[in-house]
Write a protein that binds this ligand. Structure first.
Ligand SMILES: C[S@@+](CC[C@H](N)C(=O)[O-])C[C@H]1O[C@@H](n2cnc3c(N)ncnc32)[C@H](O)[C@@H]1O
Length: 383
């Protein structure tokens, strides 16, 4: 097993001529979908609509406002990998038959992958029925709860997840990675892309006391209290390894927040990421703060006011801010690799045992020698 690490992008060069209003339009309103089924109606709470399939609440709303955020998140990920032949994933999958996207949201990723691989069956699954009007014929969007026992029969060439931060507690994550492992064919791949909830800044442009700096810690503390850690970005590698995956690779990113970067790719990514956050923050925070806010759960109005203040600060192009993101991909080993690994582990264990035995024997011999010497010494004393 080996692991390839990549350094995050270097400090991003700043464009000193950036002015905000010229870059952001107001065209982020999507049409409203009205569908009769009770799953589509969801559960209204604090002005947002949540899924009702799982008895366990999912923290992010499934409503039109949040779907705009999913679209924007998809675009940011694509722009950040636009210099790659395949901006959708990095796992070196050849001629895949089956690909699965867990927590597919609007199915953007699944649909794009289905377009890219017309002979592959691409399945996207989500708690909330994706309100999608058109799909390529090789794409299937399903409604299901991936925290429960999976029932797919086809071995997958690739299982993908993106922005599933805070969706599960630790035990659920372990089970999901185990089910990924069990459902991937030997030699197949898992890939996950996650972003951090913290607003980062490499220079002094974001003042220490800026409200944007409170966002990450506030949400992370709520996630902890809710038993849904938001540090998904930092736990994927280890979780993949524990589940049995090998060949673990990772790519770290800085997703700019705003159009402040000089480089065109970062400027575009930052512009879309700004929209991602502007449309997303209320939905990301509402459940967490209204249920687990400190010092006591917040009201809907308090969350709205907090998010309005954050939005106002986010509009300042003088803040060279970004969020960390990380993509990790890894392979399920072939049976002969597993056998070789087990043999190597058994040999290493036997070596360790033999060394421990030798050490114990050496200690016993030293002890006996010391006792004999002591006896000789005592005898000499007596003489
Ligand atoms: C933040 S969205 C990301 C959507 C999509 N992966 C993307 O990147 O555009 C997370 C999605 O995971 C889904 N989800 C959360 N828990 C789930 C579960 N237990 N089973 C299936 N889907 C789940 C949510 O409904 C939501 O659509």
């Amino acid at each position: 097993m080996y692991k390839k690490r990549s350094e995050p992008d270097e400090d991003i060069a700043v464009d000193s001529t950036t002015h905000l209003p010229s870059l952001y339009g107001d065209d982020w309103q999507s049409e409203t979908t009205s569908i009769g089924s009770s799953l589509y109606r969801g559960l209204e709470e604090n002005g947002r609509r949540y899924q009702t399939l799982s008895h366990k609440e999912y923290l992010i709303p499934s409503d039109e406002k949040q779907f705009e955020t999913y679209e924007a998140g998809h675009l940011v990920a694509l722009i950040m990998d636009s210099d790659n032949d395949n901006p959708l994933f990095r796992a070196p999958v050849k001629d895949p038959k089956n690909i699965l996207d867990l927590g597919t949201g609007l199915g953007n990723w699944a649909i794009d992958v289905a377009d890219m691989f017309p002979n592959t069956t691409v399945r996207g699954v989500d708690l909330f029925p994706p309100p999608v009007k058109w799909m390529p014929p090789n794409c299937i969007l399903e409604v299901d709860n991936i925290a429960e026992e999976w029932t797919w029969n086809e071995p997958q060439d690739l299982i993908h997840m993106r922005i599933m931060i805070g969706a599960f507690d630790d035990a659920e994550w372990t089970r999901i990675y185990q089910q990924c492992y069990d459902n991937i064919r030997p030699g197949g791949w898992i890939e996950q892309l996650e972003a951090s909830p913290y607003v980062d800044c490499d220079d002094d442009s974001l003042p220490e006391d800026n409200i944007l700096r409170t966002w990450g810690p506030a949400l992370s503390a709520c996630g902890k209290r809710a038993g849904r850690p938001l540090e998904t970005i930092d736990m994927m590698q280890d979780a993949f390894r524990k589940a049995g995956f090998v060949d673990i690779h990772e790519k770290e990113y800085k997703w700019p927040l705003g159009p402040w970067a000089r480089d065109q790719k970062y400027k575009e990514a930052g512009t879309v990421n700004y929209q991602h956050w502007m449309s997303g923050m209320e939905g990301w925070a509402m459940w967490l703060l209204c249920k687990f806010g400190a010092p006591e759960p917040w009201s809907q109005e308090e969350v709205i006011v907090y998010v309005a203040k954050l939005r106002a600060e986010l509009q300042n192009p003088r803040y060279h801010i970004y969020e960390r993101a990380r993509r990790v991909w890894a392979r399920k080993p072939f049976p002969e690799e597993i056998a070789a690994r087990e043999q190597a582990e058994a040999r290493a264990q036997a070596d360790r045992r033999a060394q421990a035995d030798m050490r114990a024997q050496a200690e016993t011999e030293t002890e006996t020698e010391t006792q004999t010497n002591e006896r000789v010494y005592i005898k000499r004393e007596e003489e």
